[in-house]
Design a protein around this ligand. Structure first.
Ligand code: ATP
Length: 867
């Protein structure tokens, strides 16, 4: 079984060749074929193998320095130092390898959450299956915005076009149809085919699967180019860059110190060399980029748990900085569980009872709603299913509600569809041509303004008023109309002015309670929420008031927007929160206008035409459930549940990640600066080293990686969502941070030198004085960790002391390790330490407390000035 040139073969022959029918395969046959052909999946692009990944851990300035140092110490026959250095190098690589593996696994898990679904016909019924379960012979249904899930032979098409850039490089969409093309046509000219991985930009299609998985064209050219995303964001890249230059600078300074110490200070080379290595190790923030990457990966996972799936990592930073969220209404702020509650015809107004999608409920007063209900049922792509007494909808919930309404009236479909003009948010109506007992009929449903314009012989003003009245109650309003059909195609020209108006229906779509809470949360967080909807201005305003938008009184419609030029729009956009009857093009203009105010904008979207606005926004957010693949591809984030509350949760997580990145930096830089200044000062003054190079290696290995890493796991600080958003391009290396680095480094210097001098003054041996100095450094780092955990508020609360499990785990681990190296003789031999007397231990802790008090008071003063 198989086809040689499906693009050149008539559709019917392709079907026959694959033993398929236009109604699709049976489920058992599909299962059999799946077993035969394997899943419809591209062979994994093999990411870098573990060996390469492990070796890459050694590609790092610090490691080069250390390996150089190991060679030199080896040459000087300082075997203990050589051993310690090599152990550190190895431990560093192993830890980096494990961390990177975890971060990559987290990203891979997220990617698989975005696996696309495909609508296929199985046993003659439309069902949604995982794209991987498609088999040759399946009939796939596609519409604008879908990603083509396999190579398909088009067997039916309406206004179909696809964008095939990933395959042909051609970014202009190509029109498609079912007519065979020449056998030797180039890939881009095979208009009877839809290729896996390309996007349907307009129209609808039925396609016969002719090739899956590695057999597809995209599979043949060697897998998707999408590949593995780099684990980086602008901030991490910036810090990575910074760290690299800092390393170069430090090496330079170290080199100068070596020269100075040897020629000016006349120090013995071996000691001097080890001291200079100590400076380099202490100063280079080697762990920083790795810990930041972990912080990001943890953020990605936290967002996924809150139903926000990150597609592009920079979005994590962007979403935390947004000051405006532009959101859709239907399904995001509202539940998208619709019920028809009102109908109006020339006979009067009717109330419709009933809950959910069950086609049962009373209609009062009694009246003839059959023509209206028939239009609602026929001009409809959804299906209702009843399982165990629960009615569910397959397709658009609004259309499901219309079917339930038709069921209540007692009208069935009873006609066969010949042709349809699918709904499009730009023309706002849908039309179908059917044939049956009533002959050929055209039914149209759509936005009242649009449908009324197509109808003749009625009081337009009256009906506009009626529609307005329904909309004001927060109902979504549709108008229905019909006419006799001719031919077997709908000629759009015959619709204008030629329809008979049937009536209006009003549907409720209640706001999501959690969205109301989330909007309130956004308001306290200084984020303005704006609603951009295709719905009627009246409906939008009513829902906006229920949801609690800041300004539910002014509405700009798409028509209003068209009248404003960009400058006027920029003026208006700040104060208006409701944009109704908009088209996707308006979204792009609105994002641009808001950005012109320097605001960071999040924008939601679901349709294929929303892609430009999603790309333009600082954070483009696509709907995971009802969104098209095209929107998802353009977005930075995808909401697994389409819920506005998940956007607010993502903002909170985004702010948390940013804070944690900042904490990691604010902890690492001053710690490194303090450590290295201690050694540099001793060298310059020609004093004995307060801490040996090996001890510095030990401190950096234990603290740099464990204590710093604890900050990656920090939970959201209280008050995170009551702060205003940070400015869009706020630099992370701010004046405040520089001040913090200087202050803490100086305090470290004073404390370590102070304890060291005290010990020497007491007549302790050098080794003991050094041990005390090293322990002082670690104690200061631990206090600094507790301080950094609350950068926006006081650390003097019970919650701050209680900390988190992670924090206390690392603190206990580091403390235990310090006790080990201070009191266990084998470790004492390696690190050159001596047991510290109990009272001096207390003194060291006292120094830590004093240090903490000083920086905490300094923070209170700073916060006091700001507040
Ligand atoms: P949002 O952007 O908030 O999701 P929306 O879903 O209401 O808004 P659209 O889907 O663009 O926006 O719908 C705009 C209008 O088009 C609706 O108010 C309705 O009148 C009409 N409409 C929506 N769906 C259909 C449909 N399937 N058939 C006919 N008309 C429709």
């Amino acid at each position: 079984m198989g086809l040689t040139d499906p693009h050149a073969t008539p559709a019917a022959d392709c079907l026959a060749g694959l033993d398929a029918t236009p109604d699709g395969l049976t489920a058992p046959e599909a299962a059999r074929r799946l077993a035969e052909h394997g899943p419809n999946r591209l062979p994994e692009v093999r990411a870098r193998g573990p060996v390469v990944r492990f070796l890459r851990q050694f590609h790092n300035v610090l490691i080069y320095v250390l390996i150089g140092a190991a060679v030199v110490t080896g040459a000087l026959q300082h075997w203990v130092d050589t051993g310690v250095i090599l152990a550190v190098v190895l431990a560093n690589a192993v830890i980096g390898f494990i961390q990177e593996g975890k971060a990559e696994a987290a990203m891979a898990a997220i990617r698989s959450m975005l696996a696309p679904k495909a609508a296929v016909l199985r046993d003659g019924r439309r069902v949604s299956v995982d794209g991987t379960n498609l088999v040759p012979g399946d009939i796939v249904l596609l519409e604008a915005g879908d990603k083509v899930p396999a190579d398909l032979r088009v067997i039916e098409a309406r206004g179909l076009a696809a964008q095939e850039a990933i395959l042909t490089g051609e970014s202009v969409p190509v029109e498609k149809g079912q007519t065979p093309v020449a056998t030797d046509a180039a890939l881009g000219d095979r208009r009877s085919m839809l290729w896996s991985g390309t996007l349907v930009t307009q129209g609808t299609a039925r396609g016969l699967v002719v090739a899956t998985g590695a057999g597809t064209e995209i599979g043949r050219i060697g897998g998707l180019l999408a590949g593995v995303e780099q684990l980086t964001t602008p901030l991490v890249a910036q810090i990575d860059h910074f760290a690299r230059w800092l390393s170069v600078l430090i090496l330079l300074v170290a080199g100068l110190l070596l020269v100075w110490g040897y020629y000016v200070g006349h120090m013995p080379f071996a000691d001097l060399f080890m001291a200079v290595v100590g400076v380099a190790v202490a100063a280079i923030p080697e762990g920083l980029p790795a810990v930041m990457t972990i912080t990001l990966a943890i953020g990605v996972q936290a967002m996924a748990r809150r139903n926000a799936i990150v597609r592009r990592l920079p979005a994590i930073e962007a979403i935390g900085s947004v000051s405006v969220i532009c959101t859709d209404k239907t399904g995001t702020l509202t539940r998208n569980e619709m019920v028809v509650t009102a109908a109006e015809t020339a006979d009067g107004a009717f109330a419709i009872d009933g809950e959910g999608y069950a086609p049962e409920g009373a209609i009062t007063p009694a009246g003839d709603l059959v023509p209206l209900a028939r239009a609602a049922a026929l001009c409809n792509d959804a299906a209702l299913h009843c399982k165990d007494g629960v009615w569910t909808v397959e397709g658009d919930p609004m259309e499901g509600a219309l079917l339930a309404f038709a069921g209540k009236v007692g009208s069935d479909r009873g006609q066969r569809r010949l042709d349809a003009i699918p709904f499009d948010s730009r023309h706002r109506f849908m039309a179908v041509l059917t044939e049956g007992a009533q002959g050929r009929l055209i039914h149209v449903k759509g936005a009242p303004e649009r449908v009324l314009r197509m109808c003749a012989g009625l009081d337009h003003a009256h009906w506009h008023h009626r529609a307005e009245q329904l909309a004001r109650q927060g109902l979504r309003v549709l108008a229905l109309a019909e006419r006799a059909g001719t031919g077997d195609r709908i000629d759009p020209a015959t619709l204008e002015g030629g329809l008979t108006f049937l009536g209006l229906v009003g549907l409720i779509d209640p706001p999501r309670p959690e969205a109301i809470a989330a909007v309130a949360e956004c308001r306290t967080a200084g984020i303005r929420v704006k609603m951009i909807t295709g719905d009627h201005a009246g409906t939008a305003a009513a829902i906006a008031a229920q949801i609690g938008l800041a300004n539910p009184h002014r509405v700009l419609t798409g028509a209003d927007l068209d009248k404003l030029d960009d400058a006027q729009l920029a003026l208006e956009v700040a104060d208006v929160d409701i944009f109704a009857r908009t088209s996707p093009e308006h979204k792009l203009r609105l994002v641009t206008a808001l950005q012109a105010h320097g605001l960071a904008v999040a924008m939601t979207g679901d349709g294929v035409n929303d892609a430009p606005a999603l790309k333009r926004a600082d954070a483009g957010i696509a709907m995971g459930l009802k969104g098209s693949e095209a929107a998802k591809e353009a977005a930075d984030l995808v909401l697994a549940d389409d819920n506005f509350a998940s956007i607010a949760a993502a903002v909170r997580e985004g702010r948390t990640v940013y804070d944690n990145l900042k904490k990691v930096i604010s902890w690492t830089l001053p710690t490194n600066a303090g450590e290295s200044m201690v050694v540099v000062l001793a060298l310059l003054l020609g004093l004995a080293m307060p801490i040996t190079a090996v001890q510095i290696l030990w401190i950096n290995l234990i603290t740099g990686i464990t204590l710093g890493l604890a900050l990656a796991f920090e939970p959201t600080e209280a008050g995170t969502m009551t702060r205003p958003p940070r400015p869009r391009h706020a630099p992370i290396l701010s004046g405040e941070l520089v001040w913090h680095v200087v202050l803490v480094a100086l305090l470290f210097l004073t404390a370590v030198f102070g304890v060291f001098t005290y010990a020497i003054g007491k007549g302790y041996p050098l080794a003991l004085a050094q041990t005390m100095a090293m322990n002082t450094l670690v104690v200061l780092e631990i206090f600094q960790l507790f301080f950094i955990r609350n950068i926006h508020s006081t650390s003097l609360t019970w919650a701050a002391v209680r900390g988190t499990r992670v924090v206390w785990t690392v603190v206990v681990a580091v403390t235990a390790a310090q006790f080990g190296v201070t009191y266990l003789s084998p470790l004492q031999a390696v690190l050159g330490t001596e047991a510290v007397p109990f009272r001096d231990g207390l003194l060291i802790i006292g120094v830590g407390v004093a240090f903490f008090a000083i920086i905490e008071i300094e923070k209170q003063i700073r916060l006091g000035f700001r507040g």
